[in-house]
Design a protein around this ligand. Structure first.
Ligand code: NDP
Ligand SMILES: N[C@@H](CC=O)C(=O)O
Length: 409
């Protein structure tokens, strides 16, 4: 019998419980019965469904004294007490499977070492992109494949919000509430909105692709809070879609990247990744580009990843990736869309002249102007700017108001 300990019984924890109880194929594949006997939660006052034969406790001492756990599924979130609980079991040589991307990004280097030292497993497939099996693809079937860049839409909540607001004209507050009710958002949704969630995920992916845990400052972070409706509308005029993009690449000397809102042109494969769906692209000399698209959050998808992660551990003899990476050959984007409020237009014109930037197209909105600028310098502008990924020459042609000032487009 495989004795499972479950820490957390919210959206993901319940999903893991149901997935294990309902999937008889799991037992067939493992050749053993799988039983959840003990669940650790926090709130004594919460009314919970009563499952026969399962002890639900709020007491760590009671939970941790169960001597014969074969695996722990951790789905509580945050650093503490999750870090202490995880360390406790790894030190005993008991594998821990987690969905907690914050803990993995911040303490993964310690916990992975602890797992190795105690000849056990710290599995975090579910911590990145919910239901997409990206982690164990990188560790398993792509373990020796050189990767130069990884990028994608890594947060289901913000992608859901952007899709519903832009495509269905719904209000931000309404859609956020719905994302919370559907179990997509973090306990504190500013983790999603300010880009922390996607930032934890790109840090984890970067570690796998490029061989070492990035330091906090290595990858930048920006969420969707400075995005204004008119920025999105300007992008749409050119046929671009706004997405929160996480990316990391090997520049030859270092790993750089981060999380920021960006526009995708119609030629970008992830442009139609909508709603809670996530999309990940990995690039490398041998694979050119591989795409992974699937549910980025939610009970069933995330629980499925956690259970498959346990199976991956049980069935794999080797679950480490080789450090194989080559530098990217060119910058991932060559143009930015700069959004200039009317009051800053003169200043923007001076800046373009002074820096010799090439404005290739413009569009006017009643709140300001959008200028597509070639970005050979890869430096930030003094104005709000969004990278544009994809082939800008295939943009929708906006009727320029300023060709006399910038030359013909
Ligand atoms: N929701 C999603 O779609 C996804 C979530 N994740 C990650 O999974 C983790 C869990 O998320 P989710 O299920 O949505 O969160 P929920 O808020 O729905 O559930 C959290 C659960 O953890 C329990 N808990 C919280 N603190 C403690 C503690 N100190 N001791 C014991 N139990 C505790 C809560 O107990 P109680 O019931 O008593 O309140 C609750 O059962 C997070 O790390 C999240 O980032 C990852 C991928 C997708
Ligand atoms: N809050 C996260 C949940 C999954 O990781 C998201 O919205 O992607």
């Amino acid at each position: 019998m495989i004795n499972v300990g479950l820490i957390g019984y919210g959206t993901v924890g319940k999903g893991v419980y149901e997935r294990i109880v309902q999937t008889k194929e799991l037992e067939a594949l493992l050749g053993d019965s799988v039983v959840i006997k003990t669940i650790l939660v926090k709130d004594r006052q919460k009314t919970r469904a009563n499952h026969e034969e399962v002890v639900v406790t709020t007491e760590w001492d009671e939970f941790s004294q169960v001597a014969d756990f074969d695996v722990i599924f951790e789905a509580i979130g945050g650093i503490e007490p999750a870090f202490s609980y995880t360390s406790f079991f790894l030190e005993k040589g008991i594998p821990v499977i987690t969905a907690n991307k914050k803990l993995v990004a911040e303490k993964g280097h310690v916990l992975e070492s602890l797992a190795k030292l105690n000849q056990t497993y710290y599995g975090y497939e579910a911590a990145v992109a919910g239901g997409i099996p990206i982690i164990n693809s990188l560790k398993g079937v792509l373990a020796s494949t050189s990767i130069s860049r990884i990028s994608g839409i890594l947060n289901g909540t913000t992608n859901y919000i952007l899709t519903e607001m832009i495509d269905y004209n719904r209000s931000f507050a309404d859609v956020l509430l719905e994302a919370q009710q559907l179990g997509y958002a973090e306990t504190d949704p500013t983790d999603d909105l300010d880009g922390y969630d996607a930032w934890y995920k790109i840090r984890i992916l970067s570690r796998l692709c490029f061989g070492k845990w990035p330091k906090e400052d290595d990858l930048k972070r920006e969420g969707i809070s400075r995005v204004e409706d008119w920025h999105v509308e300007l992008g749409e005029k050119f046929g671009f879609k706004l997405k929160l993009i996480g990316e990391a690449w090997n520049s030859g000397t270092e790993v750089i990247g981060g999380v920021a809102p960006a526009f995708l042109t119609s030629t970008e494969p992830l442009v139609n990744v909508r709603g809670v769906t996530n999309g990940i692209s990995i690039e490398g000399a041998a694979i050119d580009q591989l795409l992974f698209i699937g549910p980025g959050a939610g009970k069933e998808a995330t629980a499925n990843s956690m259970v498959e992660d346990f199976l991956f551990y049980k069935r794999s003899k080797q679950y480490e990736r080789a450090t194989v990476t080559k530098a990217v050959e060119h910058n991932p984007y060559s143009h930015v869309l700069v959004c200039i409020p009317h009051a800053e237009r003169e200043q923007a014109l001076q800046w373009v002249k002074k820096t010799g930037r090439h404005v290739i197209d413009t569009f006017a909105h009643h709140e300001g102007e959008g200028w597509i600028i070639s970005d050979d310098f890869q430096e930030t502008t003094p104005f709000i700017q969004y990278p544009i990924y994809g082939d800008v020459s295939l943009r929708k042609r906006a009727k320029s108001l300023h060709s006399a000032q910038f030359g013909s487009f």
